[in-house]
Design a protein around this ligand. Structure first.
Ligand code: AMP
Length: 429
């Protein structure tokens, strides 16, 4: 028989955790917990949630993210129907800026703080920490070039990791300068690397022509050695960007957020200018980047806006965060336990359980019971497995007396409770 499986690089998130090809997929409650921490921290920063479509026009991503980036050149799930080109969004910053421009959000407030949580798609070779469907959360501050907004975005990301107990992180910081700085730097970098080209990998040789700054990202140790004496971007950037970089650093200093300046941090997306940053987990191996971001003042005009809309933001991977959480293992995220599990002895009792479960749920309690009509022993085992706070046992005698046996599973105590008082009893904790 044909058995369907999820597509490699995508996975199901189940109520229970499991491992799939070496990856530990966290149970859904852990995802929910992380999402609620993201929402809490974002609210603390005055950000409001935005939800944009998964499907976007391909041109939005091609223009927004940049033709020469890996994402656009080879990682888009894109297709055509009729005359329209669609893409499954590979990231959410360009969609958020599209929505901002489309709905004239600048008229709602001068500075928009928006956050999102949701799936993204990239046609990557699946490996640990790198998937085809993954999840990002992110924060965008749109409408201001104040360097405090750069610092706030960074601080909010750091806060999320701290709140989850992921403390062994490194914040890398750089400035990319304005749009005139980079061509000057690119030229210097190409002049430096061209005589060394025969020592570069095939990939880097190609990049020397197409996108030389990406060579700085290399993980190849001998190339990293070659780069030791390469020109430094910070030496080529304009005065204003340099002053701005000093401001961002001093804001971070003033709130005690530590960073390392990494002159080779250029990031893979084209829309960044000035501040660029990445947060790495010290506990993860090859795919250590938890989050990345920066200032993207040029994105709005790239998308056709008549004016520059200054903006800054970060995007973070949920899966990578969950991997770091697993390594940190400091989090005791309790399962959602039923308030009570109702145990029925006999058919008549099961009818009572069905009806009572309905009424107790309506009064706000989480209630479950065995839908297979199994033995008392099997029902008790199920109640235990689910971690129920109380077990309510009802058979013929209880139906006759109008009173249930209520077992407090934490205290291992049992008492008799009239049916009319059940809801109140189960709400005592
Ligand atoms: P980027 O938009 O490429 O800067 O990605 C931001 C963050 O999303 C990264 O730091 C990763 O944590 C995460 N991420 C990006 N691509 C993937 C992927 N294919 N699988 C899992 N996480 C990813």
């Amino acid at each position: 028989m044909n058995q369907f499986k999820s597509i490699p690089g995508t996975f199901d998130i189940l109520p229970e955790g499991y491992t799939s090809g070496g990856d530990a997929i966290a149970p859904v409650r852990v995802w929910q917990h992380v999402e609620s921490v993201v929402r809490e921290v974002m609210s603390a920063y005055g950000a409001r949630e935005i939800r944009t479509p998964i499907l976007e026009p391909t041109e939005l991503i091609a223009r927004g993210v940049g033709q020469l980036t890996d994402i656009v050149a080879k990682e888009m799930f894109a297709f055509q129907r009729g005359k329209t080109n669609y893409v499954l969004r590979p990231e959410v910053t360009a969609p958020v800026m599209r929505a901002y421009l489309q709905h004239h959000l600048e008229q709602v407030s001068a500075v928009q703080k928006l956050f999102y949580i949701g799936p993204c798609f990239r046609a990557e070779r699946p490996q640990k920490g790198r998937y085809r469907q993954f999840h990002q959360f992110g924060f965008e501050i749109i409408g201001t070039s104040d360097s405090r907004s750069d610092a706030e975005t960074i601080a909010s990301a750091v806060d999320i990791y701290r709140k989850l107990g992921i403390t062994d992180i490194t914040l890398k910081l750089n400035s990319l300068g304005d749009e005139k700085s980079r061509p000057r730097y690119k030229e210097a970098l190409v002049s430096y690397l061209t005589p060394l080209a025969d020592q570069l990998s095939e990939v880097s040789k190609n990049r020397l022509v197409s996108n030389p700054m990406r060579i700085l990202d290399t993980k190849n140790e001998s190339e990293q050695e070659l780069l030791k004496n390469a020109p430094i971007l910070l030496d080529f950037i304009d005065e204003e960007s340099l002053a701005n970089f000093e401001e961002v650093k001093s804001h971070l200093d003033s709130i005690g957020i530590t960073y390392v300046v990494d002159p080779f941090l250029v990031r893979g997306l084209d829309y960044y200018s000035r501040t660029s940053f990445e947060i790495e987990s010290d506990a993860l191996g090859a795919q250590a980047a938890l989050a990345g971001g920066g200032r993207y003042d040029l994105l709005s005009t790239e998308l056709g806006a008549k004016r520059v809309v200054p903006a800054v933001g970060f995007a973070a991977g949920m899966e990578r965060l969950l991997m770091a959480l697993e390594v940190a293992d400091k989090q005791n995220i309790s399962a959602l336990r039923p308030d009570a599990f109702l145990v029925a002895l006999g058919d008549e009792a099961l009818d009572w359980v069905f009806k009572t479960a309905y009424e107790l749920r309506a009064s706000g309690l989480n209630i479950d019971y065995d839908l297979k009509g199994r033995s008392m022993k099997a029902q008790m085992r199920e109640a235990n497995r689910r971690g129920a706070r109380f077990v309510v046992i009802v058979g013929g005698d209880e139906l006759a007396s109008g009173q249930a046996q209520v077992k407090d599973m934490d205290q291992s105590e049992q008492k008799v409770v009239p049916f009319a008082n059940l809801a109140r009893e189960l709400k005592t904790r």
